[in-house]
Ligand binder design. Structure first.
Ligand SMILES: Nc1ncnc2c1ncn2[C@@H]1O[C@H](COP(=O)(O)OP(=O)(O)OP(=O)(O)O)[C@@H](O)[C@H]1O
Length: 315
């Protein structure tokens, strides 16, 4: 699959991957993966456990070798990029090891000193919302504050390209929204961002393009909305079964009907006519249909269909 997005800034692409293949013994972890990320785009890499995301990202970062295919990141081959390449990228891992006795301010000052195009440490603290923690020792930070520090350290050299590994895993909802705002700000500054995530909502909110890996193959690439459309999935009509009624008494609708804990779900390609049938039937029986909702297919449905994972109808 060879695909590309449309760059907003007219620069050379930030990432060009062509036919990337990586084996571990007999296991084909990446199988002829090709894609292009334009400068300034945010791309979310999705896929089930073991799909090859970490392998792909580490090859792009220059920390893992490839068996075949070509990779160009900011014009460098990451396998040979060296220091000049590393100064242009930022990497935020899920859990970086910190010097626990350092204060946040000390650590930020140390980190920025490693780069020629560095941030001012106070500006960096402000950017990630740690201004009032600059004198706090790292060992006393909360989990969420540590993740913000991770992010700040990854940004220290004002990278052109930022790799974010599951940037909000373990965050509470408020911290997650804060991180999303920050990522959106970085994107607005023109930073190209490649993030891996297991949160579909995160991809939907942040990404210009979504890449889906499955067993080492790139099975989808596109705008989040394109993937939803391309998968041609049914809408979901859902309501609570009125007391005293069984499924057999419902009107005959075009969609597939299932029920769990009295919540009925109809997967339908004819949402309007099935909704009309249902509401006419309810009116004729003088019934309310509690919790009646009609939901179009969302990115999560497309993702589950692309990766062959079972859908959860509890939503
Ligand atoms: N160093 C290694 N040696 C052998 N097999 C490996 C190695 N690293 C990864 N693999 C295998 O390659 C496949 C892809 O792994 P990878 O870590 O890239 O997947 P992933 O999509 O990042 O998974 P997760 O979401 O669980 O982090 C898996 O089957 C994994 O077991």
């Amino acid at each position: 699959m060879n695909v590309s997005g449309t760059g907003a800034r007219g620069d050379a692409p930030a990432i060009v991957v062509d036919g990337l293949t990586r084996r571990y013994g007999n296991l084909l972890a990446l199988d002829q993966v090709s894609f292009t990320v334009e400068a300034g785009q945010t791309v979310a890499l999705l896929g089930p456990n073991g799909a090859g995301k970490t392998t792909a990202v580490e090859i792009l970062e220059g920390y893992r070798s490839r068996d075949s295919g070509s990779v160009s990141v900011l014009g460098f081959d990451p396998a040979y990029g060296g220091r000049s390449y590393r100064e242009r990228i930022g990497i935020v891992l899920q859990s970086a090891g910190f010097e626990e006795e350092f204060t946040v301010g000390e650590l930020l000052r140390l980190q920025v000193s490693l780069y020629p195009r560095r941030y001012d440490p106070d500006e960096l603290a402000e950017l990630v919302g740690l201004t009032d923690r600059r004198r706090t020792r790292v060992k006393t930070l909360s989990g969420g504050q540590r993740r913000r520090l991770d992010l700040a350290l990854g940004l220290a050299g004002r990278p052109d390209l930022l790799f974010l590994d599951e940037p909000t895993t373990g965050f509470d909802p408020a911290a997650r929204h804060h991180a999303w705002d920050l990522i959106a700000r970085l994107r607005a500054l023109g930073t190209t961002i490649l993030l891996t995530t297991h949160y579909i909502e995160e991809a939907e909110r942040l990404a210009d393009r979504v890449a889906v890996l499955r067993a080492g193959r790139l099975v989808a690439w596109g705008r989040p909305s394109d993937l939803q459309e391309r998968c041609g999935l049914p809408s979901r009509l859902s309501f609570r079964l009125p007391t005293g009624f069984t499924l057999e008494r419902l009107p005959r609708m075009s969609g597939t009907v299932s029920v769990r804990d009295a919540q009925v779900v109809v997967h339908t390609y004819q949402a309007l006519s099935d909704t009309r049938l249902l509401t006419h039937w309810a009116a004729a029986h003088h019934l309310e249909l509690p919790a009646l909702t009609l939901t179009p297919p969302v990115l999560e449905d497309a993702y589950l269909s692309l990766t062959g994972e079972p859908a959860d109808d509890d939503r």
